[in-house]
Write a protein that binds this ligand. Structure first.
Ligand code: GDP
Ligand code: ZN
Length: 388
């Protein structure tokens, strides 16, 4: 906050009220006060108790006109980005239609990091200028904890969701038949993205008469029951939830897993993702709803991703772009780290750059031969290795 034309003053504390000021002043102040994107310092402080809580410090210009009144900013989560308009949900999950302050937008574009869903933002309340409508301007974007991207044109990354904490990978135990290799892939993709994988085995109601799994290496799968596969994932320490949207089995467990988290949904079509979410939260048929709000002008722009708010707290993200989210950014050499059961053996391989395929003195291969690592998982690794 180095500008000599500004100084700090103590003023009465008036929550959520703002003093009008000219945009130019704002811009100048903004540059001075915020040299870094992730600067989490606030320009004012509120004391918790006593007389002092009636005063706060704000920045003013040489004529004592308030410039930045950050106390009036609200914190929220971006749940939808459509053209230049973002929907931001505040702490009470109320939606606000926000634009991004121009100077901030320019800077974010330069940094190739435009606002995406999941971003935690601070926005100013502009309702007074819009007939009391919940309209705001995004003034600050918080640093992201995670960042999922997909491959865009010319191998460029294209961020689609920020701050997601976990991935719910939905597979069905029947119709379509369980493909454990797919579950392995979701786990790798989630871990690569810094997300906690949760496996949801849906259509458990169909799991009656000794159903078998299906995999590309079918002969290796024979004898491995669905229950055996689920047990295997549990033994690896991965969270597994067994659900049925029909008999409503496992829904409490699923709800608990999703609560207060930003969860990315993954899974082949037909496994029951939409059905499951709709029983979990009736009215969530937003999933396929076309986007058309009064405030949205760019009808032809594609909505990349949307955060769907859950009544019991948290959000789920479901877009085809993310459903396809896959292994493209995984390097062959880092694959071993995402197979958690390989990790203790890797340092014992004779060669430091062992790929665990046919090398002499490979500790992973030895562990497979000794039955300490499942053959199914090992062949899943091989298959992914050839692919990445
Ligand atoms: P999505 O493509 O993953 O969203 O899958 P859908 O939700 O559209 O479901 C695909 C089909 O599976 C629909 O016919 C659903 O009725 C059916 N389905 C979904 N969940 C279950 C379930 O738990 N048990 C059974 N038996 N069928 C289900
Ligand atoms: Zn090895």
């Amino acid at each position: 906050m180095g500008s000599k034309r500004q100084r700090k003053v103590r003023v009465d504390f008036r929550p959520n009220r703002q003093v009008r000021r000219r945009g130019d002043d704002w811009t100048r102040q903004y540059r001075a006060a915020e040299p870094r994107l992730d600067d989490s310092q606030r320009a004012e402080s509120v004391r918790a108790k006593g007389d002092l809580s009636r005063k706060r410090t704000i920045l003013v210009d040489e004529h004592d006109v308030p410039l930045v009144d950050e106390a009036a900013w609200r914190c929220g989560t971006v749940t939808k980005v459509h053209g230049l308009i973002c929907t931001v949900r505040d702490a009470g999950a109320h939606p606000w239609e926000c634009t991004v302050r121009r100077i901030l937008r320019t800077r974010l574009i330069e940094a190739r990091a435009p606002v995406v869903v999941g971003d935690r933002v601070w926005f100013s309340n502009q309702a007074a200028a819009y007939d009391g409508q919940p309209v705001g301007v995004i003034e600050r974007v918080e640093e992201r904890s995670t960042w999922l991207s997909r491959r865009a044109q010319r191998h460029r990354e294209h961020a689609i969701v920020a701050n997601a904490g976990q991935m719910l990978a939905v597979v069905s135990v029947a119709q379509p038949r369980l493909r454990p290799h797919l579950a392995d892939r979701y786990i790798v993709a989630a871990l690569k993205g810094g997300l906690r994988p949760i496996l949801c085995f849906n259509k458990i109601d169909l799991l009656a008469a000794g159903l078998r799994t299906e995999d590309d290496s079918a002969e290796r799968q024979s004898g491995l029951s669905v229950a055996g596969v689920i047990r295997e994932f549990r033994d690896l320490g991965h969270t597994c939830v067994c659900t049925s949207a029909v008999t409503r089995t496992g829904l409490d467990e699923l709800r608990a897993a999703l609560q207060d988290q930003i969860t990315v949904l993954a899974g082949q079509s037909g496994v029951g993702k939409s059905t499951l979410l709709n029983v979990l939260q009736p009215g969530l048929d937003l999933l396929t709803r076309p986007v058309s709000d009064a405030t949205e002008k760019g009808r032809h722009t594609t909505t990349l991703a949307e955060l769907l708010p859950l009544d019991f707290g948290g959000y789920v993200v479901d877009t085809p772009g993310i459903r396809a989210f896959d292994l493209w950014s995984v390097e062959p050499g880092e694959l071993e780290a995402f197979f958690v059961e390989f990790v203790p053996y890797v340092p014992r391989c004779r060669f430091r750059d062992c790929t665990h395929r046919d090398e002499e003195g490979c500790a992973v291969l030895a562990a497979v031969a000794a039955g300490e690592i499942s053959e199914r998982r090992y062949y899943s690794y091989r298959k992914m290795f050839e692919e990445v």
